[in-house]
Design a protein around this ligand. Structure first.
Ligand code: SAM
Ligand code: SF4
Length: 342
């Protein structure tokens, strides 16, 4: 390591450009119950042997170090699909018992959530995001390669009933669902759900993403603008990825609806990125678009101390790259979204 590569003497997760990670995403599995075309291959990602997955104790240890030593302020459990883990409730309860005030969020496709939302709330989960690209059953089956829309809707209803609010819906913008964007918006609004559309990124396992397949934030605004009036209102805070609009719908209630759009490709927010990720293999990955990772759980399994874990995490964070090149130079990283943790 040269002098310029040496981490700054900060206790936190700071990179060479001065950004500080406060938001930790832990991917609990790369298995999934759906096969969204923009994420997974038809056959799914290779199954990992159970003993290689992060155990409850390992997740808890890494979160402890992140919160107690590195200044992490929020944890999100994701995947693959986190609900494939039968011990998800135990993971949440274990983190909660050690960090009573920590926001613990879940990103899920909602399959199986109907049975588990109440238990997750009871275990101490704070919030939930459910991914749902369309409420058209036929289109849903086409995009996810599974005919499971009713299960996802039942999961959302159960999350609302369990008080895991605000329940947010994440919808990836796709050419085939764009004309149904207003339908999804009204559906979410009428159920009291927050909705965020997301530009697709070149993180699909099959590498079919091209700039031509991208539906941009502007495409969405143009589409919704044919029937609704949209007024930009900025972001909740400067590091929030979603830009917000107030939507006035002549066919809707008098009060406007707040819509979020995460324009990762056309209005990149890499300059304010505050995320750090743990992959299903237990490596730390500071940037979605860079394959620079270090094996953190390897340190845990070799009997390493909390200080060794924290130092390794700081070192890889210090090297975090500035960001992706937007649409100018699209280079897909080796891992796909399902193998990183979105
Ligand atoms: N299975 C869970 C789910 O779908 O919510 C959690 C993991 S999934 C990888 C997390 C988020 O990443 C989802 O909201 C999904 O829509 C999003 N995602 C997956 N592939 C993407 C891509 N190529 N571009 C943008 N977002 C993507
Ligand atoms: Fe599974 Fe989520 Fe990827 Fe869809 S986006 S295939 S639900 S991991």
């Amino acid at each position: 390591m040269t002098a310029s590569e040496l981490p700054a003497p900060s206790p936190f997760l700071v990179d060479g450009l001065g950004r500080r990670a406060r938001d930790l995403r832990v991917s609990l599995s790369q298995a999934c119950t759906l096969r969204c075309r923009y994420c997974m291959p038809e056959q799914g990602l290779p199954l990992m042997p159970r003993e290689e997955l992060l155990s409850v104790a390992e997740v808890s240890r890494l979160v402890d170090v992140a919160v107690s030593q590195l200044g992490i302020e929020e944890v999100r459990l994701t995947g693959g699909e986190p609900l494939v883990r039968g011990d998800l409730e135990l993971i949440v309860a274990t983190i909660r018992s050690r960090h009573p005030g920590l926001p613990i969020a879940l990103t899920t496709n909602g399959i199986g959530l109907a049975r588990r939302a109440e238990g997750l709330a009871h275990a101490g989960l704070s919030r939930i995001n459910v991914s749902l690209d369309t409420v058209d059953a036929q289109l849903f089956a086409q995009v996810t390669r599974r005919d499971r829309l009713p299960d996802v809707i039942a999961g959302i209803d159960a999350a609302l009933a369990a008080g895991l609010t605000p329940v947010k819906v994440n919808a990836v913008l796709l050419p085939e669902t764009l004309s149904r964007a207003a339908q999804l918006l009204r559906w979410c609004r009428d159920r009291g759900l927050a909705l965020r559309f997301i530009e697709s990124m070149p993180l699909d396992a099959e590498r079919t993403w091209t700039p031509e397949t991208l539906v941009s934030c502007q495409d969405l605004l143009d589409e919704l603008g044919t029937t609704m009036t949209l007024t930009p209102i900025g972001r909740d805070d400067p590091s929030a990825p979603a830009a917000l609009w107030l939507v006035d719908d002549p066919d809707g209630p008098p009060q406007p609806y707040r819509l979020g759009v995460i324009a990762s490709m056309t209005r990149s927010f890499c300059g304010t990125c505050d995320r750090t990720r743990i992959t299903p293999q237990g490596t730390v990955r500071p940037c979605l678009f860079s394959d620079d990772e270090i094996d953190l759980v390897g340190i845990v399994r070799a009997g390493g101390s909390d200080d060794e874990i924290a130092d390794a995490w700081r070192a890889v964070t210090w090297r975090k790259r500035a960001g992706h090149a937007g649409l100018d130079e699209v280079v897909a990283p080796q891992r796909s979204m399902g193998a990183i943790g979105g």
